[in-house]
Design a protein around this ligand. Structure first.
Ligand SMILES: [Mn+2]
Length: 426
């Protein structure tokens, strides 16, 4: 006996994109901001139909607001209809953004036997139900709960029943705050409590950028990132089960616009004009994989490492780089921000010989006698603490050596920044 399903969550229909006002007048961005969420959602539906899945589970926050706009209602209605027409059973729970009470009962007036179940609307708010695959075989039991109101302070697991029949595949469908301390208003519970129910898969909603390392307890994440914090691929999960065992458990990207933060070390570049190709090499490693799916990558670049042309990294440099990347990628990669986290690479001898204030600071700071004095004073001050660490003499020596080395490096870094900014003013 086999079946398959997809797990979608946090579609947030109607939620605007945020934090990118610098592109406010860009035609391509405006067009994609209007269309990408719908497109990602329809991608997911098409995927479910092509894969001929038996079920689709939607784990809450389908609408962004309890005042559903007409366009969002239409998008969801049409999507659900496509699934039902393809003989796919849909179970949708309501989250804190789209609680049961916010659903328009004229629009979503499915009867109790419909293939589309909005938990709490055409079913009770907690629903235990047997699931039958397309061959009519009983293959699983679903346990699902909706938010009635925008807040749920109680532990949602109070509603759920534990597994009594080990021969059935059990699925939990829940919108909850797993990282929560017990006072979260978004259905607080923890991962050990979930595990104690003995279910085979928990389809969760609420967290947009999932980081759980458990194959059987999963947030699907939002289907389309909406701001620079929602980086990386976004999509759905596709699960295939055979004889009560999960044999496929895959994340499938669906997003049209993708946000990324990329660190690029420019330490070994000796010519400023080579920075562009270095950045492009690194960018393409990240963007190539889903270049056919994503129509736009919005990238925040962090430049790191030691560089001897620190003072040349200015706004003009950033603007030229961003323009070239956009042009060279046929308007597919936009740089939203370049952050300079590099450290000026100044030869130590230049600092030593500098007769200005920076040179004085540096020469004082690296003076062995002064370092030894500061070190001894510090050692004396923290001797009880050091003793309580029970170092061997050898460990202690290497620890001390390490600290001295680190502080010397930090001192060089700091003085290099000072030296650069002083020479800029000259
Ligand atoms: Mn939520």
């Amino acid at each position: 006996m086999s079946f398959s399903f997809i797990h979608i969550s946090d579609i947030h229909l109607g939620r605007p994109f945020s934090g990118l006002s610098k592109f406010a007048y860009d035609e391509k961005i405006n067009y994609l901001y209007k269309t990408s969420v719908e497109k990602a959602f329809y991608n997911a539906i098409e995927y479910a139909i092509i894969k001929n899945v038996d079920f689709v589970f939607i784990a809450g926050d389908t609408f962004d607001s309890d005042e559903q706009d007409f366009s969002s209602k239409l998008i969801l209605k049409e999507g659900l209809k496509k699934l039902a027409d393809a003989d796919i059973d849909v179970y949708l729970i309501c989250g804190n953004h789209d609680c049961v009470n916010s659903y328009n009962k004229n629009t979503f007036n499915y009867d109790i036997d419909s293939k589309i179940k909005i938990i709490g609307l055409n079913t009770p708010k907690y629903l235990d139900i047997d699931l039958y695959n397309k061959n009519g075989e009983k293959v699983a039991c679903l346990h699902s709960l909706s938010f009635t109101d925008e807040k749920m302070n109680e532990n949602p697991l109070n509603y759920f029943s534990k597994v009594t029949d080990n021969n059935t595949f059990n699925i939990g469908l829940l919108h909850c705050d797993l990282n929560a301390d017990a006072i979260s208003p978004y259905a607080p519970c923890n991962i050990n409590e979930l595990k104690s129910f003995g279910y085979d898969y928990w389809a969760l909603g609420h967290i947009h950028v999932p980081s759980l390392n458990d194959d059987t307890i999963q947030y699907a994440g939002t289907i389309q990132g909406r701001n620079t914090k929602e980086t990386g691929p976004h999509g759905i999960r596709y699960i295939k089960v055979e004889n009560n065992k999960i044999i496929k458990n895959n994340f499938i990207p669906m997003d049209i616009i993708r946000f990324e933060d990329i660190d690029i070390d420019i330490s070994f570049i000796n010519d400023t004009t080579d920075v562009l190709s270095k950045i492009e090499d690194e960018l393409y490693k990240v963007t190539n994989q889903d270049k056919n799916l994503c129509e736009l990558f919005l990238i925040r670049l962090n430049l790191t490492g030691y560089t001897k042309f620190y003072s040349e990294l200015n706004d003009e440099f950033y603007n030229v780089i961003a323009d070239r990347i956009k042009t060279n990628s046929y308007n597919k990669i936009y740089i939203s921000q370049i952050i300079n986290e590099t450290i000026p690479n100044i030869d130590e001898n230049i600092l030593k010989e500098d007769e200005g204030i920076v040179g004085k600071v540096y020469n004082t700071a690296i003076n062995q006698d002064i370092i030894q004095k500061v070190y001894s004073e510090t050692e004396e001050k923290y001797k009880n603490h050091i003793a309580s660490c029970n170092f061997t003499q050898q460990d202690y020596n290497s620890f001390a050596q390490n600290i001295l080395q680190k502080s010397k490096e930090e001192c060089l870094n700091l003085c290099s920044f000072l030296f650069e900014s002083e020479s800029k003013e000259d």
